[in-house]
Structures are given as structure tokens and as C-alpha cells.
Design a protein around this ligand. Structure first.
Ligand code: BGC
Ligand code: BGC
Length: 453
């Protein structure tokens, strides 16, 4: 069986973060408020009332963080750009100090030999746009296209590939349907216009980025969905969930059509959000790479409550992470093969843009993380051996950081952060990942397939 060392030469090794989760400095140098500042300040919204006000203080400590990445031997670093840092009211005047921060970060990465892979939107919408309806307002898609243009014009000379959105599924469902993330709406399926407007934003931005000669990816949270039993009812519930979690965010982009959402009671025009020509705006620019964020598979049963289309049920007999998520590495292989089977020639090359797990802080060495990463990378190598075109792997995450509604409680980092002192301490998984990257490069250098540095 192929394993992670068999990943092809040129396979890109990376780590990922997001602006609100690490930057802090929320009131500095002209940054405007985001929906996460507002949401985190709401009593009871986030565990222990934690906010991203300081987070990992990466805004000031990025040189130290880039040095950690360099020592890891990373080829690439996925991070997100903070829209409210660059455009404090979401539109209108650009904040020069915000742009200057990303200039400094990008230059530091390039100096360290690391390719920057920015995500334009990782959930921190400018509050001023939320005040006008946020992603429920179609106009936000056009404001996003303007913001993408500002960033591409500033950094496009140094950054070849851009990710438009991070996980529009999670943002729509947690932020707009269930209210467990910012902006905290509880609209259930009536949240789905927010999904369409994000996809429209992706399409508009993708076309502008392409006009500038840049490559475009979209990072989706994907999960293989298994029915809890062979019954027809469970199978129908699993199909409905797959349409919502996976196909809703990938079919329009790759196939130019929305999946059938009728089992969810969602009309074909998504409550009037889809206008003539929209699906073409989403599909026509094409995608240069699909970003896959994978954490765990999902098991689905027929609903116990007749008002809901499915039940999510526990996966028995598998280990779980500190977050309580099931660990099923082979599900990643199945997901990757499934993407190839479903999308065929419409599937662009894949990059794993997130994968990782939270481990209790007291678990030192963080062996469960090493085991998780090793097994998932083996699954990636097996999918490659079975013919799926996978170009790289960005682990979530470089640093322990602000885990949204969980505050600072779930630790996903290769590097421990003491949030009282901001001291960074590499964990056992950091050393393991560094050694793996070095061993993989050494193997291919020995085989003469790549020139050693
Ligand atoms: C993960 C899902 C998980 C969900 C619940 C997402 O970020 O990818 O797998 O079930 O969060 O917190
Ligand atoms: C998100 C990250 C998050 C991670 C773990 C993904 O859903 O993109 O921001 O920290 O999962 O929950």
C-alpha cells in the first residue's frame, strides 16, 4: 500500500490559518469591526466569552511565525486576508495600513521561500456589510468582487494562486441557519440565499482574478455521507444531506447547475435568490483547483422529527478527537475517489487546504495529532495512487488559535501558544511534520526527480 512518502515529487507541503483566528489587533491601524467582533461580544455566544481581540497576536508577531514555517520546511502557507482590515466599512475607502500589513507578510514569506496562498474570505465579514444584510444581501457579492480586485491589484504581482472563499457550507449553516457562528442568524433553510450570494461572489471574483492572470481555487468543507442503514429512508436522508453539505457548494462551480434541494423543502430558485444568468457567472470562470477541507465523515439517518429532512447520528466504534469528531482516515480516500467519480473531467486538480485535529493541551507529546496526520496523509497517497490528481496538503493549523465558538479551547496547532504570554512552543507534531517533509524531499532528490536546494 502506498504511503505518505510515496506522494509525488513536487507535492506541496503547507499549513493553514485564518485572519480572525490568529491576527488579533482588531482595533489597530484603522481596521473596521467584523461580524466576529460583534458576535464574540454577545453574552453566551462563545465559550467563556473569548474573543479574537488578541488571538495569537500574529499581526505583530508574524516574523516569528514565518520563521517557524521556514524551519518546518513549508512550501506554502495558506492564510486569510481580513476584509475589514483592508476595507474597514467593506466598501469605499481602502485602509493603506491594512494593505501594508499584507505586503509585509507576503514579502516575509517570499523571503523565507514560502509561497503565499491567500483566502479572501474566511468568515470575518465587515460589520458594516452585515448591517445591510450581509450575505443575505445580493449586493455583498459585488462588494466582494471589488475587494478581490483591490487585493489582486496590490499582491497579484507576488501571489500566483488565490482562494476566494473558505467553506461557504459552514459559514452558511453555522452563521445563518443555526446561529452558532457569526453573524448568528437562525434562519434554518431560509439561510440558503446566503450560500447563493457567496457562490456568486466567488464567480464574480474568479473572473476578475483570471483577467489578471491569476489562478483561482475555492475551499469547500467536504464530507463523505454514509446512510446509517441500507433502508431506503436512510439512503434518501443521506442523499438530502449530501446535496446540502457537498453538492450545493461544488456542483454550481464545476457542473454549472445546482443540485436538487427539493427534499429539503428548498425551491429551485433558492427562495428567489437565483436570477437568470447567475449560475453561468458562477460556472463560466472555471476553477484552477478545488480546495478540500476534510475533518470527518458524516452518518445520516431518516429524520426522527418529521419537520427535518435528516438526522445526523454518531459513528460507532471509532476514536474521536478532543473536539468529539470521529477519526476515519479512509473516509478521506473515499471522498477523494468520490469527487473523481462524480465530477470526472470537470474536476480540477485538488489541494487539501485543511486537515487536522484538536488535541487536549495536557496531551504532551501530541501523539493523537501525529497519528491523525499520518493516517490522513496515507489516505491522500492512496487516492493519488488510485489516480486522483492531488497537488498539496495544508494542515490545519500552524498555531493553536481562536477556534470560533469554542474560543481558545480546541487546540489544532503544530505549535503550542500560551495565550497569556504569546509564547510559541513547537509540539511533537511540529517535529514530526518537519521530518516528514524533509524525508519526502530527500527521497525524491535521491531519485533525481527534483533538484535539491
Ligand atoms: C467540521 C465538521 C464538523 C463541524 C462541527 C466543521 O468545521 O468540518 O466536520 O462536524 O465543524 O463543529
Ligand atoms: C475552518 C477553520 C476551523 C477548523 C476547525 C474549518 O471548518 O475553516 O477555521 O478552525 O475547521 O474547526
Amino acid at each position: 500500500m502506498p504511503d505518505r512518502l510515496d506522494l509525488p515529487p513536487g507535492f506541496r507541503w503547507g499549513a493553514a490559518t485564518a485572519a480572525y483566528q490568529i491576527e488579533g489587533a482588531v482595533d489597530e491601524d484603522g481596521r473596521g469591526p467584523s461580524v466576529w467582533d460583534t458576535f464574540a461580544a454577545r453574552p453566551g455566544a462563545v465559550r467563556d466569552g473569548h474573543t479574537g481581540a488578541t488571538a495569537c497576536d500574529h499581526y505583530h508577531r508574524y516574523p516569528e511565525d514565518v520563521a517557524l514555517m521556514k524551519d518546518l520546511g513549508l512550501d506554502g502557507y495558506r492564510f486569510s486576508l481580513s476584509w475589514p482590515r483592508v476595507l474597514p466599512t467593506g466598501a469605499g475607502a481602502v485602509n493603506p495600513a491594512g494593505l501594508a500589513f499584507y505586503d509585509r507578510l507576503v514579502d516575509a514569506l517570499l523571503e523565507a521561500g514560502i509561497t503565499p496562498l491567500p483566502t479572501l474570505f474566511h468568515w470575518d465579514l465587515p460589520q458594516a456589510l452585515e448591517d445591510h444584510g450581509g450575505w443575505l444581501n445580493r449586493d455583498t457579492a459585488y462588494r466582494f468582487a471589488d475587494y478581490a480586485t483591490v487585493m489582486a491589484d496590490r499582491l497579484g504581482d507576488r501571489i500566483p494562486t488565490w482562494i476566494t472563499l473558505n467553506e461557504p457550507f459552514v459559514h452558511t449553516v453555522f452563521g445563518y441557519a443555526l446561529g452558532t457562528h457569526a453573524p448568528g442568524h437562525t434562519l434554518m433553510f431560509e439561510a440558503l440565499p446566503a450560500a447563493h450570494h457567496q457562490l456568486l461572489a466567488h464567480g464574480l471574483a474568479a473572473s476578475l482574478l483570471h483577467d489578471r492572470g491569476l489562478e483561482v481555487m475555492l475551499s469547500n468543507n467536504l464530507t463523505p455521507v454514509e446512510p446509517a442503514s441500507p433502508s431506503a429512508e436512510d439512503a434518501a436522508a443521506a442523499r438530502a444531506y449530501d446535496a446540502l453539505h457537498n453538492r450545493l457548494f461544488t456542483d454550481p462551480v464545476l457542473l454549472g447547475r445546482y443540485p436538487d434541494l427539493s427534499a429539503l423543502g428548498v425551491p429551485d430558485d433558492i427562495f428567489g435568490a437565483i436570477r437568470p444568468g447567475d449560475v453561468d457567472l458562477i460556472h463560466a470562470p472555471g476553477l484552477d483547483g478545488l480546495g478540500v477541507n476534510f475533518y470527518n465523515p458524516t452518518r445520516v439517518a431518516a429524520p426522527s422529527d418529521p419537520d427535518l429532512p435528516f438526522d445526523l447520528v454518531a459513528i460507532p466504534d471509532v476514536p474521536h478527537t478532543a473536539f468529539g469528531w470521529p477519526v476515519v482516515p479512509d473516509a478521506l480516500r473515499q471522498l477523494l475517489l468520490g469527487l473523481r467519480d462524480v465530477y470526472g473531467t470537470a474536476l480540477p486538480p485538488i489541494t487539501i487546504t485543511e486537515n487536522g485535529c484538536s488535541v487536549e493541551e495536557s496531551t504532551d507529546p501530541d501523539q493523537p495529532r501525529i497519528d491523525y496526520l499520518a493516517a490522513h496523509l496515507d489516505a491522500v497517497a492512496q487516492a493519488v495512487a488510485e489516480g486522483v490528481d492531488i497537488r498539496g496538503y495544508y494542515t490545519w493549523s500552524l498555531l493553536d488559535n481562536y477556534e470560533w465558538a469554542e474560543g481558545y479551547h480546541q487546540r489544532f496547532g503544530l505549535v503550542h501558544v500560551d495565550f497569556a504570554t504569546q509564547r510559541r512552543t513547537p509540539k511533537a507534531s511540529y517535529a514530526w511534520y518537519r521530518d516528514l517533509i524533509a524525508a519526502h524531499k530527500a527521497r525524491h532528490a535521491k531519485q533525481g526527480l527534483v533538484t535539491p536546494l
